[in-house]
Write a new protein. Structure first.
Lengths: 261, 254
């Protein structure tokens, strides 16, 4: 019961702290305005290059918006503890570590999903784009798998907070690189072979592929392998992230570096 | 005042060079923007178009760093409790804040050089600058105009605690409004007149025209003229917002 409390209440409290105790401007500007205008920018760039249709960029960038929410949200939920000097207290508590850290992943997943939906709907409305409503359920499922995968990678980034002063650098760099290598803004066949191989092992690639196929008319059954692969990628990152947390916590306790900032 | 400005510029540039976030961020983002443009436009669009895209990416990152820096610098001062001291100092606030913006715009030269080097090494785009004198003048004009535009934004950030967030949300709208890497033919017509008031439009045009050996001097002139206009707007704005912040006692609220 206590683990459930840590999972749900701890996760929710951490999410609230993420926005400097519910500052609505933080949410509106970083997670609504920024991704919407980013999507619109790349749709216009796509029109300039005449490489793919608007839906290609609309879906790609909505998924990137979910990634940013997942990477920064999950990463900062652990990094913020260090910044505000509460990490030693958190780790000194007898709370179940799995419940403690996975509880922070749940709001990141839900938040990423909401942000992507907002980004998709607002950008589509502003540019008068239309995707058949019957396709949205499947696209939502692909998005959920991608949000899960991004939260997994965010957990890996968050674990670096035990070593690094700021995890923003890692999250910012990865979110920039994701604009290219996941195929969000560039068709994968235009990337060098090495990047195409790398793309298979990062979050978003398979989710975006599935969502675009669904929007183009593929059935949910035909895209389930891609959605399943995306979920598997997420599971792998969660496993690695938990192992990294365990390792870095032990080494930080050993070095007495938890409250060093 | 000149000493305060020069000293501020030196300290802000040193801070930027010593900051891993800024050094790595400035390494990643121009390369990301330029690579997406190169990969989408393709080599068939020609070296001149791709080189122009490099310049667009550099101006994007210059604006991004100024507007983010404006918010971040003030947020940081607020959090560290030094904003009150800065406002309380006898030196005018504009002299203390403008080096932050100008330093970040100057830092954009690092982004410009990286973008051009990346284009050359990874995509084989030649360095196509026909008029070097005009190009250097365009870089200076671009830095001044974008830096002073950031100063107007910074004046509102003195009052509002959510400064950094506002800075984040202002990046892409300006990229779109200024037609950076985007031709105005794909944008809504009403954005054309909006772009005339924004420094990155003229900075990018000046760089592109100088590189192409066309007529960059009117655009460079617009950069300098806009810098003066922005400064004339920023000074009273800063005075008003500073007064309001003092009146509401919000300077110390982190």
């Amino acid at each position: 019961m206590n683990s459930l409390r840590v999972f749900f209440i701890g996760g929710l409290t951490s999410y609230r702290a993420l926005f400097n105790w519910l500052n609505p401007w933080a949410f509106l500007s970083i997670l609504v305005a920024y991704p919407v205008f980013q999507t619109i920018y790349f749709i216009y760039l796509g029109r300039t290059a005449n490489t793919a249709n608007d839906t290609f960029f609309l879906i790609g960038n909505a998924f990137v918006a979910a990634a940013v929410a997942g990477l920064f949200g999950m990463g900062q939920s652990i990094g913020g503890e260090r910044r505000y000097q509460t990490l030693p207290m958190l780790l000194a508590s007898p709370a179940n570590r799995l419940a403690l850290f996975l509880g922070r992943a749940l709001p990141a997943i839900v938040n990423g999903f909401i942000v992507a939906v907002l980004s998709y709907v607002l950008a589509a409305a502003m540019l008068h784009l239309h995707v058949p409503a019957t396709r949205l359920g499947g696209i939502g499922l692909a998005l959920l798998a991608s949000c899960f995968a991004c939260a997994g990678l965010g957990l890996c980034i968050g674990s670096l907070a035990f070593r690094a002063r700021s995890i923003g650098l890692f999250a910012d760099t990865i979110s920039g690189v994701f604009l290219i290598i996941t195929g969000a803004n560039v068709p994968l066949d235009r990337l060098p072979d090495s990047l195409q191989t790398l793309a298979d092992y990062v979050p978003l690639t398979h989710g975006i592929h599935a969502a675009r196929a669904l929007a183009a008319g593929a059935t949910l059954g035909a895209t389930l392998p891609s959605i399943g692969t995306e979920a598997l990628v997420g599971l792998a990152y969660f496993t690695v992230g938990l192992a990294m947390l365990h390792y870095f916590e032990r080494s930080a306790r050993h070095a007495g570096s938890l409250d060093r900032f | 005042m000149i000493r305060a400005f020069a000293s501020g510029l030196r300290v802000d540039l040193l801070q930027l060079v010593r900051s891993p976030f800024d050094m790595v961020g400035m390494l990643v983002w121009p390369v990301v923007f330029a690579s997406i443009a190169y990969l989408l436009l393709g080599s068939a669009s020609g070296g001149r178009t791709l080189f122009s895209a490099s310049l667009g990416a550099a101006v994007m990152i210059m604006w991004g760093w100024v507007i983010l820096g404006a918010g971040f610098a003030l947020d940081n001062q607020r959090e560290l409790g030094t904003l009150e001291l800065i406002v309380g100092a006898p030196t005018p606030l504009v002299v203390l804040l403008s080096p932050v913006m100008i330093a970040r715009a100057i830092f954009g030269i690092y982004g410009l050089l990286l973008t051009l080097a990346w284009g050359r090494v990874a995509f084989g785009i030649p360095l196509l600058i026909d008029d070097w004198a005009a190009f250097v003048a365009a870089v200076v004009g671009c830095i001044l105009a974008i830096g002073t535009l950031g100063l107007i934004a910074a004046s509102t950030f003195v009052l509002y605690r959510a400064a950094f967030y506002l800075g984040v949300s202002l990046q892409y709208p300006v990229y779109i409004a200024c037609g950076l890497i985007l031709p105005f033919s794909v944008l809504p017509a009403w954005l054309g007149p909006v772009s005339w008031f924004l420094a990155p439009t003229w900075g990018f045009r000046a760089l592109a025209e100088a590189a192409a050996g066309q007529t960059p001097w009117p655009d460079i002139g617009m950069c300098f003229a806009l810098s003066v206009v922005y400064l004339l707007i920023a000074i009273p704005c800063l005075a008003v917002f500073e007064h309001l912040a003092r009146d509401r006692a919000t300077l110390k609220l982190a």
